[in-house]
Ligand binder design. Structure first.
Ligand code: NDP
Length: 329
């Protein structure tokens, strides 16, 4: 029986999520990879409990995480039931719907039918009465946004979710969503965009839009799925995401151009006395609108290494311009 470390709230700072009442740890853990039925349950459990011991109170899921889809929620539900039940009120659990989950016209995208049924399924899989945050996972160009937002508002009113999140919505889509939400008298808590040294789209206008509306931000894939570490410098390890057949990072994404930049970034990280993973996470946290950085981990060692980013989060202007020149050359 797991008993949480009594020092867990001395390990990591918590930051207010936009203008809301909710604070999130500066680092949150996502269960996209490494928590499905293809993974070792004992390893997944070790990562989750170690994260909680280190002060990570926020765990991010989605209906389709696995593989197979749904299995990450089921496995996390088992952990909640067997190990973490007494800590439910100390944990922020998010899930999402928006990508393909089941066959037919109601298992994908952004209709009210899909979102409401999917959340019901997620709650069953996790054995929960409510999730803390329910996200629409991606913008749906075919469903009127009013319908999608009404579905999110409905589940909040029903008490099946406490807060609303939007993921993969750009600045323009957020502006539209904010208008609809305010007409319904509800707010969006948080936006979840892809953001890392290798994918900087949110810098253009998303961050400022979120800041303007008091919406929090939780960037995903801050290590570009593991590329922003030193692991690929000597080839593709078999047990890495790019080396596994079900990993979303494919070997052809580990290009020579990326490797050259990774090598230079790694040299700078070593000069700063950090691992490259730590520097890449600190770099994401430099954005004032970012509430928390959403990491993945395939082992406790990686989790602990990544959390070490909090020991040195500041960058000199020289370091920032060195990074800019590496990324833009
Ligand atoms: P990262 O960019 O942090 O990549 C995580 C992977 O990098 C790990 O699984 C591991 O891969 C490797 N890694 C992590 N830490 C280290 C370290 N310290 N040293 C060396 N290697 C390391 O994030 P993810 O792509 O996993 O995304 C994080 C979360 O974001 C997801 O779990 C999910 O919750 C969310 N997400 C949301 C999406 C959305 O559309 N809203 C889309 C994608 C993710 P390896 O297996 O190689 O060891």
């Amino acid at each position: 029986m797991y008993i949480a470390d009594s020092n867990r709230y001395t390990q990591i700072p918590y930051k207010r999520c936009g203008n809301s009442g909710l604070k999130l740890p500066l680092v949150s853990l996502g269960l996209w990879h490494n928590f499905g039925d293809v993974d070792r349950y004992d390893n997944s459990l070790k990562i989750v409990t170690r994260a909680f011991d280190l002060g990570i109170t926020h765990f991010d899921l989605a209906n389709n995480y696995g593989p197979p889809p749904g299995s990450a929620e089921r496995n996390f539900g088992k952990m909640l039931k067997n190990e973490l039940a007494s800590y439910r009120d100390e944990i922020i659990i998010s899930t999402k719907a928006g990508y393909t989950m089941w066959d037919g016209p109601y298992g994908d995208w952004g209709s009210k039918k899909y979102l409401v049924s999917s959340l019901d399924q997620s709650l069953k899989r996790m054995g929960l009465e409510y999730v803390d945050i329910f996200y629409h996972h991606r913008y749906d160009p075919e469903t009127p946004m009013e319908e999608t937002i009404q579905a999110l508002e409905l589940v909040v009113r029903q008490g099946k979710a406490l807060y609303i999140g939007l993921s993969n919505y750009d600045a323009e889509q957020m502006e539209q969503a904010v208008k609809i939400l305010s007409s319904l008298g509800v707010r969006c808590l948080i936006n979840q965009p892809k953001y890392s040294m290798f994918d900087r789209k949110p810098e253009k206008s998303l961050f400022s839009t979120l800041g303007k509306h008091g919406i929090g931000c939780i960037p995903f894939s801050p290590l570009a799925q593991g590329l922003l570490t030193d692991k690929y410098l000597k080839g593709i390890p078999e047990d890495s995401r790019a080396g596994k057949s079900h990993g979303h990072l494919r070997p052809n994404q580990v290009t020579d151009d990326k490797l050259n930049r990774i090598r230079l970034l790694n040299d700078l990280a070593v000069k700063r006395g950090q691992s490259l993973a730590q520097m890449a996470l600190a770099w994401v946290l430099r954005i004032p609108e970012v509430t928390t950085v959403l990491i993945g981990a395939s082992s406790v060692v990686q989790l602990e290494d990544s959390l070490g980013c909090l020991k040195n989060k500041s960058f000199s202007s020289e370091e920032i311009s060195t990074i800019e020149s590496i990324l833009n050359s």
